[in-house]
Design a protein around this ligand. Structure first.
Ligand code: G6P
Length: 620
């Protein structure tokens, strides 16, 4: 099964055209660095052969290397790696060459039958210098290339012959010194996009790699093979000689993927939330009927839905968990959430009455993709909630809702979370309106939804106050995050943000669970952050605060503005405006994003590229 995927979480860029190719590759890699940042490399055709530049670590290191040892070229390929197989050393860094050193390849994915192929090539006298499956693929393509007569279309045929023997996944770009100007790309289970320019063409693992140069792209399908040079492109498949794929226009530009005046992408993205929230709601609020209209779900008979299943990983899962409370409250339809990674291996029943959503910012997360395919295999439709247009989940799902949050570059997800949560509230509203939710109740929610960007703005305006609280607790070794109902997933998201970027251990619990074990951790050294905004469990949260105070624990309360009953009893407060109880969690999470951000900055962490993480987890 080719969708039994275990991809490397790397970035690819390839260029043929009138510009200095190494500069295009470096620019593309810089924009792809969020996909992985263990090592980086490029290969360029220089008129005589292929020149390689590789380094361990960040793209800045590769930049320095190229400044010291420049390469001039019009055709080049580049790669940034997040190591899975083999450590991030120079030997394992891409590009990899064939036996002649005249063919080079960059690759995302895993060649599952690499041992078999390697043994075959070893018998033929090939020698390998790295631990990677990619080098084996390079040698295999080279092996076929060298055996073909000059009269044949050697590079294209050799790539296809090699790929026909490969079990596993790949997104590749291949160049050969004897065919300057030409790049062959192919994909199977790993994204590859063609960028179309005037006198230049590109290949990339996602559009951000090329968006500074072109916004005209073609998203390739699995098994597609593309042949580009500076002035033309031709798409075929492994089994056919020509196919036509639709051109798309990227609806954001390079400026949207720049930090601008912000010190980090994460802070920029936190501050973009009033805009991203407006975008996710644009055209979807049906004021006439106190309802939501979601084009991508038009064919779903909402009144007949018996159950909802929400699948995702990390932050996306937390959005689903929050929505579980909100959708049940609005519609009475039972909602279940699950980790995509668990669902894909469980034998969980789904039937025609189950409305399934897979939630994913990138639309490429391998576990979520596999979970979606598992649902579809059972004959049930799966709908996507994605941010990245043209992503695999967006294309393979049976419909869905785009988030329109714009590019999210910071590894820790922020604006995608609030957009996912808001889209799910809209889904809950639409479901509710087919049941007992009245038009008046629907309109009240719409009114509060339309004020959501403003309320988030108010939280952003208190960022200095949140920073002060963060500085007070930044040296904690560990923290507890507590919340009830829909604020429990918000506590989880707050704890995840803190862990991801500050490396402080943080645990989230439903506040009432504190008594069942976790309270043993409460001490002056382990502060508790409790979400105690006004809602139906407000008094319960106040009791929890007392329980912690009685055990000499420090309490940070996330409370509504003007709530002196809370602020007077706790050590520190983070204050947020009050809104509809079902939307309050979305406002609350923004404060927790800022809390984590300022803590991480104070500790000198690499906020946008935290250790060991990658933005898009395309590996199991
Ligand atoms: C990774 C990222 C998280 C993200 C999760 C799911 O773990 O570091 O920020 O929430 O993947 O990603 P997705 O693209 O599917 O939303």
């Amino acid at each position: 099964m080719y969708w039994h995927i275990e991809m490397l979480m790397c970035g690819i860029i390839a260029y043929s055209g009138f510009r200095e190719a190494t500069e295009v590759i470096l620019e593309g890699l810089r924009r792809l660095e969020y996909r992985g940042y263990d090592s980086a490399g490029l290969g360029a055709i220089n008129g005589k052969g292929i020149e390689l530049r590789k380094c361990v670590g960040r793209i800045t290191n590769l930049n320095e290397l190229i400044t010291q040892k420049p390469v001039s070229s019009s055709t080049a390929i580049g790669h940034t790696r997040w190591a899975t197989h083999g450590p991030p050393n120079l030997e394992n860094c891409h590009p990899h060459c064939d036996a002649t050193g005249r063919l080079a390849i960059v690759h995302n994915g895993v060649i599952e039958n690499y041992k078999l192929l390697k043994n075959r090539l070893l018998d033929l006298g090939h020698k390998f210098t790295s631990d990677t499956d990619t080098e084996i693929l390079a040698h295999l393509i080279g092996h076929f290339y060298d055996a073909l007569p000059a009269s044949e279309d050697k590079l294209l045929i050799a790539v296809k012959k090699a790929l026909a023997e490969v079990d596993g996944t790949y997104g590749i770009a291949v160049i050969h010194a004897d065919e300057p100007g030409r790049i062959i790309g192919a994909r199977r289970g790993s994204p590859l996009v063609v960028g179309l320019g005037e006198g230049e063409n590109f290949l990339g693992s996602d559009v951000s790699a090329m968006v500074s140069f072109t916004r005209d792209v073609i998203y390739l399908n699995d098994l597609d093979v593309v042949d580009i040079n500076d002035s033309s492109y031709k798409i075929s498949t492994l089994h056919t000689t020509k196919v036509t794929r639709q051109k798309s226009r990227v609806d954001w530009d390079a400026g949207d993927a720049e930090k601008g005046e912000f010190p980090h992408f994460m802070l920029k993205e936190i501050f973009e939330q009033p805009t991203s929230l407006r975008n996710v709601m644009r055209g979807r609020l049906n004021w006439d009927h106190g309802d939501a209209k979601l084009g991508g779900l038009q064919e779903v008979k909402l009144s007949q839905v018996k159950r909802i299943l929400l699948l995702g990983c990390g932050t996306a899962l937390h959005a689903g968990m929050m929505a579980e409370y909100v959708i049940e409250e609005l519609s009475g339809v039972p909602v279940e959430t699950d980790f995509s990674s668990e669902f894909r291996y469980r034998n969980s029943p789904v039937d025609q009455g189950t409305l399934v959503f897979v939630i994913s910012q990138s639309g490429e997360t391998v576990d979520t993709l596999a979970a979606m395919r598992e649902v579809q295999r059972k004959g049930v439709k799966a709908y996507g909630l994605c941010n990245v247009v043209g992503s695999t989940i967006a294309r393979e799902s049976d419909g869905g809702v785009y988030l329109h949050a714009g590019p999210e570059i910071g590894v820790a997800a922020t604006k995608s979370f609030t957009s996912q949560a808001t889209a799910l509230v809209l889904i809950g509203l639409a479901l509710g309106r087919t049941r007992s939710l009245s038009a008046r109740e629907g309109s009240e929610l719409l009114a509060e939804l339309s004020r959501l960007p403003e309320n988030v703005e108010k939280v952003l305006n208190t960022s200095e106050a949140i920073k002060k609280v963060a500085l007070r607790y930044k040296d904690s070794q560990s923290m507890l995050f507590l919340g009830r109902l829909a604020n429990y997933p918000i506590a989880m998201e707050g704890a995840l943000k803190l862990k991801e970027i500050s490396y402080i251990h943080a645990e989230a619990y439903p506040a009432a669970e504190l008594k069942h074990g976790v309270i043993a951790l409460v001490s002056p050294e382990t502060p508790s952050l409790i979400i105690a905004t006004r809602d139906g469990v407000y008094d319960k949260n106040r009791s929890t605060i007392q329980e912690i105070k009685a055990r000499s624990g420090q309490v940070i309360a996330l409370a509504n503005e003007g709530d002196s009953d809370i602020t007077e009893t706790v050590d520190s407060s983070i204050l947020v405006p009050e809104t509809h109880p079902l939307l309050q969690p979305i406002v609350n999470v923004v404060a927790l994003q800022l809390f984590a951000y300022y803590t991480a900055v104070a500790l000198g962490r690499d906020v946008d590229k935290p250790r060991n993480l990658a933005k898009s987890v395309t590996v199991e």
